[in-house]
Design a protein around this ligand. Structure first.
Ligand code: AMP
Length: 366
């Protein structure tokens, strides 16, 4: 019998928590690194390191205590991770993080590997912004190239006033994108072990204030479009040589889909897979990390996932207490609740968008 393996996770948020839960089900131990002593994953992991993601010693200590290391946090700096990838077992490597950490590089990479993107241009100062506006037209979306702003750092430009108001953003490198009047947003989560790519059913995502609010699965789209999205996404992963987990968000419009962004970690839009599918995104990531063969997921029934932010936490607790068949309430155990902070999610299995709208939507803050 093989000895128990330990998975190291850089980051101890709700993604780390859910990876740890699935790791335990598959017989592995978990060690997490997070700067917050009360990080959600610390409640369930076997070993913990309280330390910063940009502290080389803390990240190396995590690697030392683990047999295999993954990340749930996207902004691990390259100068920390690259030297460790050489010496420790970090099978996803640094490449997918590097490719996703800068929106310009991310979009160039998507285009170079077979995906369509909205039109875009690099913007560094007022002159390049004005040049980009004249070539892309208005409306357009100005975004900072690197993350680290908690989903902020975006402005929709519709007029000259908007342009003037956005100028202060240009203290950091930015990208201007054409505004896509999408029919809907969709995302796909895939796991690859280098031989096989498995993908989870595609959901339709609804955002509110830039934060994912609802995910409806399956997304209502033609078989042709869905087939092409699955095929090109898997092909993208193969061409890039990525292993492990990758989520891609698309804008869907007029029978075509456009790459918006990607994340080489479990994705919020994939939380529904825990109960809505025969295997889930966290479990397949763990299977990959442990060298187990991947399982092809199947949707159990139409499913709706509702994110629970601070303003809906009490209602979520009530729903959990009431007990409804097919309704799974997850509360992440964060000590401080704030209005826009992700505190949990609810998965409704056997639920259509129409029935959700009729029976459940009124229970949450609009
Ligand atoms: P992002 O952080 O790039 O995912 O953007 C957050 C949200 O803003 C997206 O989920 C979209 O709803 C919206 N958005 C971002 N970029 C565009 C775009 N080029 N056109 C239209 N909407 C956008």
């Amino acid at each position: 019998m093989n000895a128990t393996k330990t998975i190291g996770i850089i980051g101890g948020g709700q993604l780390g928590l859910m990876i740890a839960e699935q790791a335990h089900l598959l017989g592995a131990r978990v060690v997490c690194l997070d700067p917050a002593a009360d990080a959600p994953a610390f409640a369930v992991c076997d070993d913990r390191i309280v330390g910063r993601f940009d502290d080389p010693q803390a990240v190396e200590e995590l690697c030392r205590r683990a047999d295999v290391v993954t990340y749930e946090f996207e902004n691990v700096p390259g100068d920390i991770l690259i030297p460790l990838v050489e010496r420790y077992n970090i099978p996803q490597g640094y490449r997918p993080l590097y490719d996703s950490q800068d929106r310009l590089r991310e979009k160039d990479n998507a285009r170079n590997n077979g995906l369509l993107t909205p039109r875009y241009a690099a913007v560094d100062d007022e002159a390049s912004l004005r040049a980009a506006v004249s070539s892309l037209g208005l409306p357009a979306v100005l975004k900072t190239r690197t993350l680290g702003y908690d989903g902020h750092g975006q402005a929709v430009l519709r007029s000259e006033e908007d342009i003037l108001r956005a100028l202060p953003m240009l203290t950091v490198p930015c990208i201007l994108e054409e505004f896509v009047p999408f029919d809907f947003e969709a995302s796909i989560v895939m796991v690859s072990d280098g031989r096989q790519v498995v993908s989870f059913p595609v959901g339709r995502n609804v955002h509110r204030d830039g934060i994912l609010d609802l995910c409806f699965v399956p997304a209502e789209m033609s078989d042709e479009l869905l087939g092409r999205m699955k095929q090109l996404s898997a092909e993208f992963m193969r061409r890039c040589g990525y292993e492990g987990i990758l989520a891609i968000e698309y804008f869907v419009r007029d029978g075509e889909f456009y790459f918006n962004e990607m994340a080489p970690r479990p994705h919020n839009s994939g939380h529904y897979t825990i109960e809505g599918c025969t295997t889930n995104q966290f479990r397949e990531l763990v299977r990959y990390l442990l060298g187990m063969p991947l399982e092809e997921p199947r949707l159990v029934a139409p499913t709706v996932m509702k994110n629970i932010l601070g303003q809906d936490l009490e209602e979520a607790r009530r729903i959990a207490a009431e007990g409804h068949e097919g309704v799974y309430v997850h509360i992440y155990g964060k000590t401080e609740s704030r209005p826009k902070r992700k505190m949990g999610h609810i998965t409704f299995v056997g639920m259509t968008p129409e029935r959700y709208e009729r029976e459940w939507s009124d229970r949450f803050v609009r």
